[in-house]
Design a protein. Structure first.
Length: 101
């Protein structure tokens, strides 16, 4: 017998893979534009925001059905675009103070 809770919480690798692919393509485009010296700061910002959104979506929609993902609401788009609360960005503790020049 299949446990419904396990099925319900199954990872949706299709969503994850799709968003990782989009993020990677955006980052590759940024690299290409930098090599060509054809990238304004505002464009870099917008392109990075786009890549971050896809990375956030990859995590935040990992358990969302493909049908729900394809028919997302504006509220879901805004929610899934946010940085995941479960992923901590580690920092290095400040051990040294800067010397005044």
């Amino acid at each position: 017998m299949i446990n419904k809770k396990i099925v319900k919480n199954r990872m949706n690798w299709r969503n994850v893979s799709s968003d990782l692919k989009e993020a990677r393509e955006q980052l590759e485009e940024i690299e290409e534009r930098i090599q060509k010296k054809d990238l304004a700061e505002v464009e870099l910002q917008l392109m990075l925001e786009h890549a971050y959104r896809h990375l956030n979506f990859a995590w935040n929609t990992r358990r969302v059905t493909t049908k729900n993902y394809a028919n997302l609401t504006e509220a879901e788009f805004n929610k899934w675009s946010q940085s995941p609360k479960e992923i901590q960005i580690y920092t290095i503790p400040n051990k040294r103070k800067k010397k005044n020049s």
